[in-house]
Design a protein around this ligand. Structure first.
Ligand SMILES: Nc1nc2c(ncn2[C@@H]2O[C@H](COP(=O)(O)OP(=O)(O)O)[C@@H](O)[C@H]2O)c(=O)[nH]1
Ligand SMILES: [Mg+2]
Length: 237
């Protein structure tokens, strides 16, 4: 069996500058948080998930220039729309600016909406989740609010998720439940970060398999690539 033939899945992070996209990815892949992580450079990470390779794409800081082309989302199996729970505008921007970029994603693309920086608002997000907690796929429950008053509530994200389904002309019955696909995280403490990515990866795998069954292009396997015999019918005589 050619190992090169493994299908691939693409996951992209979208959202306003400073919501914590790079920090979330960094926390998940490098298991730590730095106050100053540069987005410049690392455009994507590869994560092995079971027998699959999933690529996770960061915006490389281009969101500040309104310069994220549709290329960025092309063929994405999942889009992680990220906002900052302390910044109402960052949720609005998801709908106004970033949703249209997902037109080039796979038609059966999965959407997750993530409110980051809950360590600033929620007592329970001050510690990373234990293994036990992240394994039990329980729906989000609100916890005691601390310090800053949260500006965006998970209900707002759920409402946005439902509008996204409408925008995508998807029936709520056929799509993953809004409550399952709206997350609150802290890249700083690690709260629910693994849970977020692992939930998304688990949902991406069936799509990879389905795309393979349907013969949709996956990763390009250069080792078996042979140029098709061209039936040249003398165009340039
Ligand atoms: N308190 C807190 N700060 C965060 C969190 N995630 C990111 N930040 C900070 O928010 C700023 C922007 O983060 P960054 O990952 O660069 O955002 P990006 O522009 O969306 O990639 C940085 O100063 C981070 O340290 C979080 O979960 N909690
Ligand atoms: Mg960044």
């Amino acid at each position: 069996m050619g190992r090169m033939k493994k299908p691939d899945g693409k996951v992209v992070l979208l959202g306003d500058m400073n919501v914590g996209k790079t920090s979330l990815l960094h926390r998940y892949m490098e298991r730590r948080f730095q106050d100053t992580v540069s987005t410049v450079g690392g455009a994507f990470y590869l994560k092995q998930w079971g027998p699959y390779n999933v690529s996770i794409w960061d915006t490389a800081g281009r969101e500040q220039f309104h310069g994220l082309g549709s290329m960025y989302c092309r063929g994405a199996a999942a889009v992680i729309l990220t906002y900052d729970v302390n910044n109402v505008q960052s949720l609005i921007e998801l709908e106004d600016r970033f949703l249209a970029l997902t037109d080039s994603a796979s038609t059966d693309c999965i959407f997750a909406i993530v409110g980051n920086k809950v360590d600033l608002t929620d007592e329970c997000a001050l510690l990373p989740e234990t293994e036990d907690e992240s394994r039990s796929k329980k729906p989000i429950t609100s916890c005691i609010t601390a310090k800053a008053q949260k500006q965006v509530h998970v209900e707002d994200a759920v409402a946005l998720y439902k509008r996204i389904l409408k925008y995508k002309l998807l029936d709520e019955k056929d799509a993953p439940a809004a409550e399952k696909m709206c997350f609150e995280t802290s890249a700083k403490t690690g709260y629910k970060v693994d849970y977020l990515f692992e939930t998304v990866f688990d949902m991406v795998v069936p799509l990879i398999l389905q795309h393979r069954a349907e013969g949709l292009p996956q990763t390009v396997d250069i080792s078996i690539y042979k140029p098709a015999k061209q039936a040249k019918s003398g165009c340039c005589a």
